[in-house]
Write a protein that binds this ligand. Structure first.
Ligand SMILES: Cc1ncc(COP(=O)(O)O)c(C=O)c1O
Length: 458
């Protein structure tokens, strides 16, 4: 029998995170202060983040040691297994060899705890008592709740109200880990009260929830805020995924021709691909595919420009691919991919032609998820289904071309708390959303007056 999966021993857990900023062909342009338009300094960020994370955000050091206390708790679920997808290969009748790394084995069910754990640790040693954050469908909120609990911190999650009402299970996971979860907009913050005054029935949005979480952190000295994607330090923490994957591929005796991940803010994608992009910068032939929803085409149709990270314009301006901070994506089921921006690191690497972005419509992603579940057994999160769909496209392309390609997928999370989305698909209620160019143009008109990065590209 051929080897189906590789579990690395605990001794092979990476001891350092890989910081791609040290190897970028084009350095990142700096974030700008929303008020002055000048580059932000550490002092501007200090009310929101603890200093060790601010230092990592701007670090140029190629490898950063993972603290012992974080390594010890990574061992709860890391190293994660890598599988050869023999059954899917057979079903597709492809000459491609398909591998996937299972990040769904973490207690919260996705890659998100890889950074939540590190962020909770640095907050703890910096004297933080409480962390606030926002969550949409609840993947990030549940990951942070678990990790705050492991390090003895309080956690307060502002959950978009419509999800709070429709998706009770992730909220219950947060509460099981001891976090407080409040539907947003709430009457606890100025931002929430302002929205409720205008519209008492507001269903909420990620933008509003971010404003509430940031405000709650700024108002209290012992409280800090935490973000689950987009920022450099978040992507840094995820690189344990790709470093483990490189060791596992070597044990399989293979090296990927194509590495694939879905991208919402870019963190699971970066975690898997940055170590391979390092190889690519050093001369290896490897294609890197970032997959997004056709209804929220940040990378494929958004310009590279300075924009706010949130709807209410409280965050610094980041140089990134963006659809405009007022862009409201269609209510597709992959909640984690409904974000108007993309991580600056990922955006810059797209400009440098080291990453190829691609957009896939919703129905194809669920069809792919069903094929994956019926061959490999695992039910993917709707976000992950985007990467699975791209993987299947690549496997079928290899078949057409008669090429023995090696494909590697980051399977970012399971979908066991997202079965309502599968029900909607299986009962024929889901549809694709065509995004009219006028809608993008309208949202992009908001960023016209903002400063332009040097490499501004429409
Ligand atoms: C399972 C899963 N995959 C992917 C994503 C997208 O986020 P990111 O691009 O930061 O990995 C999310 C976000 O919630 C998620 O829950």
């Amino acid at each position: 029998m051929e080897v189906k999966k590789i579990f690395l021993p605990e001794s092979e857990l990476p001891r350092q995170w890989y910081n791609i900023a040290a190897d970028m062909p084009t350095p990142l342009e700096p974030p700008l202060h929303p008020g002055t338009g000048q580059p932000v300094g550490p002092d501007d960020l200090a009310p929101i983040f603890p200093m060790p994370l601010i230092e990592q955000e701007v670090s140029q050091q190629q490898f950063i040691d993972i603290p012992e206390a974080v390594l010890e708790k990574y061992l709860i679920w890391r190293p994660t297994p890598m599988y050869r997808a023999f059954n899917l290969e057979k079903h597709l009748d492809t000459p491609a060899r398909i591998y996937f790394k299972n990040e769904g084995v973490s207690p919260a069910g996705s890659h998100k705890p890889n950074t939540a754990l590190a962020q909770a640790y640095y907050n703890k040693i910096s004297g933080t008592k409480r962390i606030t954050t926002e969550t949409g469908a609840g993947q990030w909120g549940s990951a942070l709740s678990m990790c705050c609990c492991l390090f003895g911190l309080e956690c307060k999650v502002y959950m978009v109200k419509v999800s709070y009402q429709q998706k009770p299970y992730r909220r219950l996971m947060m509460e099981t880990w001891g976090a407080k979860c409040t539907p947003s907009p709430s009457s606890e913050t100025n931002a929430g009260r302002k929205i409720l005054e205008k519209n008492p029935d507001s269903p909420g949005s990620l933008g509003i929830a971010i404003s509430e979480a940031v405000e709650a952190a700024v108002m209290d000295e012992e409280t800090k805020y935490s973000l689950g994607s987009v920022l450099n330090h978040v992507l840094l923490h995820q690189t344990v995924v790709g470093q483990e994957a490189q060791k596992q591929m070597a044990q399989f005796g293979d090296y990927p021709d194509v590495v694939i991940g879905c991208a919402g803010g870019g963190s699971n994608f970066a975690g898997m691909t940055f170590p391979f992009i390092r190889d690519k910068i050093n001369g290896k032939q490897v294609e890197i595919l970032a997959v997004e929803p056709a209804s929220c085409p940040t990378m494929t149709r958004g310009p590279f420009a300075y924009d706010f990270g949130d709807t209410v314009q409280m965050t610094p301006l980041l140089p990134m691919h963006t659809l405009g901070h007022s862009f409201v994506p269609e209510p597709i089921h992959a909640g984690g991919l409904r974000y108007h921006g993309m991580a600056p690191l990922v955006s810059q690497l797209i400009l440098d032609n080291l990453i190829t972005p691609m957009a896939i419509p919703q129905l194809e992603t669920f069809e792919a998820g069903i094929t994956f579940a019926r061959t490999e057994g695992f039910i993917s999160a709707p976000e992950t289904d985007h990467a699975v769909a791209a993987l299947i496209r690549e496997a079928l392309k290899a078949k057409e071309e008669g090429k023995e390609k090696v494909l590697l997928l980051n399977w970012s999370g399971h979908g066991l708390v997202d079965m309502a989305a599968y029900e909607a698909y299986l009962s024929g209620k889901l549809k694709n959303y065509e995004l009219p160019q006028e809608e993008i143009d309208r949202a992009l008109s908001d960023i016209e007056p903002l400063p332009k990065p040097k490499q501004y590209r429409k």
